[in-house]
Design a binder for this molecule. Sequence first.
Ligand SMILES: C[S@@+](CC[C@H](N)C(=O)[O-])C[C@H]1O[C@@H](n2cnc3c(N)ncnc32)[C@H](O)[C@@H]1O
Length: 252
Amino acid sequence: MSEENDSLIEKNAKEYDAHAQSWQVSMSTNMGHKYLEKPAMENELPVTFEGKAVLCIGVGSGDELQDILRRHPAHVTGIDISNELLNIAKSRFPDVEVKKMDMSAMDFPDATFDYVYSSLTFHYAPDWDVLCSEIYRVLKKGGKLLFSTHHPDYWSRKTPTGKSYTNDRRVTLTEHAAILPGDVKIIYYNHTDTDSINEALSHAGFNIEKSFVPFVVEVDANTLPVQDKEGYAKLKTKNTESPLFYLIKATK
Ligand SMILES: C[S@@+](CC[C@H](N)C(=O)[O-])C[C@H]1O[C@@H](n2cnc3c(N)ncnc32)[C@H](O)[C@@H]1O
């Protein structure tokens, strides 16, 4: 990775570190997490992780760990670039091993994990060829990858910084800036479309089992908590107009 990418990682890490508490608080009531992304991801998880070593990339404050731990894995490792978020994840889920690490240059030996899970993190990578081959490397043969990421259509409307990154295969990702809940100012990269995301995985050697745009879970309006009613309706409209996220399940 170039020096420019290193400083970008540091920038994002600094933001998440500085706003770790407010990020966690805002995520606990975030409509997109609660009624869209997390249920869609959980729906794709296997019934059990018994005997399996699971890696959670971009674990953040650990909101997905409950869904993973409920399936009784042998071991869970969470990596992230933000020490402050890792500290929160560790305090909530002491059994999970946490490590500060860049997902595109991991310290793990080859074929360490049976399953790689990642919620809303891959779009921080400027070069998905590097990222996908790194994940392919740390997975065992037959191992599975499940991840969610920004949908390029929706997220390309956020502020373009005017910069882009072109890799060795001449794939170009554009750089954008956005402010996330909790006032986290992030820089992320955008593929041109979902085909280009699929292509990066296939190029690394993955077989794509499934790729799709998740829908907001159907909840009877009468059973929704009062404080969620307005946000739930808004999320549904927003996600129907232009899907917010994109999910992929793949096998090594
Ligand atoms: C949108 S948050 C998602 C956190 C958590 N997965 C969730 O869904 O609540 C993105 C996370 O990716 C982490 N991250 C960003 N760049 C990363 C990188 N290069 N390697 C590992 N983690 C990274 C951030 O620190 C942050 O915790």
